[in-house]
Every structure is written in C-alpha cells, then in structure tokens.
Design a protein around this ligand. Structure first.
Ligand code: COA
Length: 179
C-alpha cells in the first residue's frame, strides 16, 4: 500500500508556488526585463531585440518569484494622469503558464496595487487571444485596436473584483489548486 502511494506521488509534479510582489531589487527587475524580451521579442516577435519604451522610465515592475527565487512572471503598471493607470507587458514563463494562476495573480496585484496608490480607472490593451481570460477575470472590453500590427482589445478592470492591495512589496502567494 505504501509502495503504491509512493509511486503515485512520484509521478505527480510538485505544485508550482509563486510569490506575486513588487520587484524590490535590481536583480528582480533585470530578470523581469529578460523575461519580457524572451516572451515579446523572441516568442511573439512583437519587437526586435528590445521591448523597452518610454513607459519604463516611470512604470513599477511586479514579479512572480518561484520557490527557487527565479522570476517566472512579470507585469508593469504606470500612472498616465488623472488617476488612470495602465498595465502592460504581462508575461509568464512558458513552463509556468496555466499552472498556478501566475498570470491572474499578477493582474490582481497590478490592479490592487494601483488602487492603493489612488487609481480610479485601470486599463490595458489586451492581445486578442487573451481577451477571454481577461473577461473571465472581470475586465470589460471597450474597443478594438491594432497595436504592433496585431489585434488588441482596450479593456477596463471591474474594481468590484479588485480590492486595493497596500503591501505590494510583500504581495501574496499563489499556487495550483489541487482538486
Ligand atoms: C497570458 C498569460 C500571461 C496567462 O498567464 P497564466 O499564468 O497562464 O494565466 P493563469 O494560469 O492565471 O490563467 C487564468 C485563467 O485564464 C485561463 N487562461 C489562461 N490563458 C488563457 C487564454 N489565452 N485564453 C483563455 N483563457 C486563458 C486559464 O486557464 C485560467 O482559467 P481557470 O482559472 O478557469 O483555470 C500567459 O499565457 C503569457 O505569458 N502569454 C504570453 C504573453 C502574453 O500573451 N501576454 C499578455 C499580453 S495581453
């Protein structure tokens, strides 16, 4: 009996756990930029060798850090004026996708942290293939727009689903829910 249980346990990968937080070190910020380049330049080919733009001068970087300290997800948020904040460059490392709610955790912290900083409207340009995911996460599509030659939706977060998060530097842990 014990042997069978051990065998089954050996075949199930350990649940992925990640802390979603504000990037607080230059190592975390550098790792987030490297992940962005991997996803948006190499994987998606949206940009040449670098996806840096002027928003990076003022944006806050959020990260998902796994149990080994590796950055496996990132998103940036910035204030565009009049208490309107935007999220962009949401990226999760391929092996971590659809495993531990890393992407939705980053969205939760992005909106919650912005609200704690006075945000009254939170927007994003969402790539078309991700619109269903954002809709499931309580975002409303407002308009269609082409960006970087690809179809996007202008979407707004429903604040009823996103309470303010004041301790973004601590953040929270997300993990795969095992049924
Ligand atoms: C989009 C992305 C960030 C999602 O990250 P993720 O960690 O896989 O997302 P989650 O695991 O939190 O998924 C949340 C929910 O959305 C679903 N989902 C994830 N990606 C989806 C998609 N493209 N379409 C529809 N549903 C999706 C998940 O199954 C999950 O549903 P569930 O709660 O019912 O199980 C990730 O796939 C990614 O980095 N893609 C490449 C870069 C990119 O497209 N960035 C976004 C630009 S707008």
């Amino acid at each position: 009996m014990t042997a069978v249980t051990d065998t089954v346990a050996d075949t199930i990968a350990a649940p992925l756990t990640a802390r979603i937080k504000l990037a607080t070190t230059s190592a975390e910020r550098d790792a987030a930029r490297a992940l962005r380049r991997q996803v948006f330049c190499v994987e998606q080919g949206l940009f040449g060798g670098d996806d840096t733009d002027t928003i990076d001068r003022t944006a806050l970087t959020l990260v998902a850090v796994d149990g080994d300290g590796a950055v496996i997800g990132t998103v940036r948020i910035h204030h565009a004026g009049d208490n309107v904040w935007w999220g962009s460059r949401l990226a999760v490392a391929r092996p971590a996708r659809r495993q531990a709610a890393v992407g939705s955790g980053l969205i939760k912290l992005a909106v919650g942290a912005a609200r704690a900083l006075g945000c009254t409207t939170f927007m994003a340009h969402v790539q078309q293939q991700n619109v269903a995911m954002f809709a499931q996460l309580h975002w409303q599509a407002l308009a269609e727009i082409a960006l970087h030659g690809r179809p996007h939706s202008l979407m707004r977060a429903d604040f009823a689903a996103y309470p303010p998060i004041r301790d973004a530097d601590q953040g929270f842990v997300c993990t795969r829910s095992v049924a």
